[in-house]
Each structure stands twice: as C-alpha cells, then as structure tokens.
Design a protein around this ligand. Sequence first.
Ligand code: BTN
Length: 259
Amino acid sequence: EILTHLPGHPWRSHLRVFEEVESTNTLLKAMGREGAPEGTVLIADRQTGGRGRLGRTFLSPGGTGIYFSALIRPNVPPNQIMHLTCAVAVAMCDAVEETCGLRPGIRWTNGLVFGKRKLGGILTALCVGAAGTVDWAIVGIGINCAATAFPKELEGIATSLASVTEVPVDRYALCAELVRQLEYMNRDLQQKQRDYMAFYRQNCVVIGKNVHLIRGDEIRSATVLDVDDQGALTVRLQDGQITTINSGEVSLRGENNYV
Ligand code: BTN
C-alpha cells in the first residue's frame, strides 16, 4: 500500500492507483482539463499505450514497473519550463537512492540510466492557458523495477532496478518517495532552480562525451560541454562551433550505445 508510506502528506488525498490504464499521462491530461487539483497523482500497474518522448512507445507491462504521473501548476512561462524536466530527473534520482541505495545517472534530457542502459524516463506535458502562462504541467515518470529480461529490441538498451540491486525493490515505497520528492521539488522549484540544475549536472552522464545529435534524418557528431541553468545542452560541433541545443526535437545517442 502506497498510502501507508505517506501519513499526513499534502498530496495523499489526490492519489489514485489503477490496475490498467492506456497511459497515466493521457488520463491525467483529461483530468487536468476538468480542473484536477495540484498534486493529483495517478499510478498504474500496467499501461496499454505508454508513451515516451517524440511519440515513442514506453513498454509498460504489469507487475514490473512504475508508471506514474503527477499534476502540478508551476508558476513560470512556458519558454522557461525546460528545467522542470531536469528537476524531476533529480527528484527521481533522490527517490531511487533513498529507497534502493543506488543513485542513477541522468542522460540529457529526460532519461535515467545505470551504466549505459536506460532505467526510466520522464515525459512532461504542458497546458498553456489563454494568458500564455502554464495552466498545469503533467510529469510522467516510468521506471523499470522488477524486469530481468527485456524484449529483443530493448536488449542491451534497457535495465531495471532488479538488475542492478541485490535487494528486491518495494514499488510502493518507491512510489511514495517519488511523491515526497516531487512535492518538495514543486514547492522549491523557483527558489532552488540553480541547486536542482547543479545536482542535474553532477548526475548527468553525457557531459564530456562524444555523442550523435539526431534531428529527424539529420545526424551530427558533437562533444557535450555542459548543461546550462535553463536545462539546454552546450555542445561543440565537429567544425569547432559551439552551440546550444534545446531538447525540442533533438535526441542524443552515444557513439556506440545508448549513452
Ligand atoms: C521517455 O523515456 O521518453 C519517457 C518515458 C515516460 C514514461 C511514463 S510512464 C507514466 C507516463 N505515462 C506515459 O504514457 N508515459 C509516462
């Protein structure tokens, strides 16, 4: 039970647990349109249509993962929201470390990794209101917990908490810790943006690496120099030019692997 881990928590009464949904993000978006309160959290045991960035599928079988979405109302303009996904990545690392004793790495922009393999990811969705401000944001979190084998297309790419820790993972405890870390983050985001970004940088595994930047069919090689306080990536292209990349439509791949 998740609620037993969250006595007196301010988001406690807004938490819903489902056996199966299409996607916790899609469902929460619909609830956001209906005025769901800040701190509404949906957790599912499995998703039939889990989504990742750029319309990719996020495989979400039952009993093995965490599929989690939270609705917040950050008071920032939409063009200053990239650091939200970064702060969520830090909150996820904190939650995993707190419950499993191991701190994952962050792969810019929205991936959590152990070694060279993907442990989970974040999918952020925004609703921009008439005034041009963010009405609500949904942060969707997926974490591979118990799976020890993956379908062929994910072999060598995906990993899970069970594959890297000796002790079985308590998914309820981890979900509760995610709620706690996200609530802290949401309370402090504006004052602590720089602190979250500093932690992000410390955990970010791509800084200093040679990568491929992928935009549609275009692939460019680059060296990652840094992540700035807005969450954008500073890279040096092969011709020596230094440029800043916003997450937008760009994906990143390691030269030989996922990282
Ligand atoms: C990615 O790796 O690109 C992001 C993956 C995000 C997956 C989570 S699982 C809960 C929520 N519902 C979804 O359909 N996606 C997110």
